[in-house]
Design a protein around this ligand. Sequence first.
Ligand code: UDX
Length: 441
Amino acid sequence: MKISVIGTGYVGLIQSVGLSKLGFEVTGIDIDERKVKKLNSGISTLYEDNLEEELKKFINENLKFTSSYEPISNSDVIFLCVGTPQDDFGNADLKFLYSAVESIKKYIDNKPKTVVIKSTVPVGTCRKIQEILKDYPVEVVSNPEFLREGIAFKDFFEPERIVLGFENPENNRSINLLKKVYGHFEKNNVPFVISSWETSELIKYASNAFLAAKISFINEISKLSDKVGADIKTISEAMGMDERIGAKFLNAGIGYGGSCFPKDVKALAKQFESFEIESKIITSTENVNQAQTTWFFENKIKKYYGNVSGKTFAVLGLAFKPNTDDLRESKAIELINILLKNGAIVKGFDYIEKARENTLNKYILSDSKSIGYSLHILDHLEDAVFETDGIVIATEYDFNIENWMKIKELVKEPVIFDGKNVLDSKKLKSLGYTYFGVGRN
Ligand code: UDX
């Protein structure tokens, strides 16, 4: 079986390398020729644990990349993995998806093909694409991804479910083909959810919005916890002991970021709007998240110093979560911008080199003159914390407590603002630090 994967972003690249590891002949297609060249020489265009090692194993074997759509004509299955970013109004922008659909048209001959939509798309999109391709021997399938950045490769090989949506779930030729593609997982007893297009499309949005809502819920509780002197970490832990609630995604902090949650929550709210249905929870999820970083700055950092102008802060963590280079909607970057706007000097650090590089590029490419010498990106944590007035934790890295003894000797003032509630506050206090968390002190 020959497979084409269109788009080599986080989803498409994992899908391409993952399927080649499963033994399929895979061609990754991307209009960006520079990316294609890099990938063909075995260099990953993004940071993801284990990805480059695996890419190197299969490139020029059963995996190749190209900018031409020609391989479509020989492919049995075509995965569409292009981005569906947010447009100016908060909707999912489908221009890349529709452009890819137009591009594949001319390479579809009489041989039947299965076009699988992996990109996150609003309800009704698969139906529209099937309509666009109605004169071609094509069956459109919805197959949303649930990959977490940082552990996406692991998630590809250990999925919790595989969702497949069809125009007619009972009668279609693609189901057996996809069961072959994902045969490895069927053997490993991964549950398959077979549904209609609309159900499948909505499963993805509902899953992401629910997780985001869980985070916003605990963040809202954290504000009350803060006021009354309770400890949100203990609250989350005790809540999580109830199996109906579940312990995951109850960690209060400065809010969620990334390429998925912010965009998908907004796009889901827009879908409610387009059907003239009120979406109170989804809209509030977004509103709580938007306000959370500013709340942290105002109620913790600014409150402590009165005025942060001229103060120096180490911001630890730059990407939207650990072990990724992805800065999209990163709360760390939002916090850095707030600090800079308030006249502070920021020394940023992330364990991932590419996240540091991306941060530098982001500010260099934007109007960096306005921030002048106020932002420094350091390659070592020790340099970032050196002579700072305060340390801000902005992503949930597993910081080693042993280091905090050494770090105390390097800083001007031992104050920690734990924006992700990852540190052991009692231990830090016993070392002489002043500690502020989210919903706990
Ligand atoms: C998410 C979904 O988890 C994945 O299934 C989907 O396919 C894509 O979107 P990802 O964007 O990689 O994955 O990030 P995730 O690990 O879910 O975290 C998102 C954000 O939520 C991060 O900024 C993280 O810091 C924040 N978060 C997470 C919290 O603030 N608290 C938590 O308890 C959990």
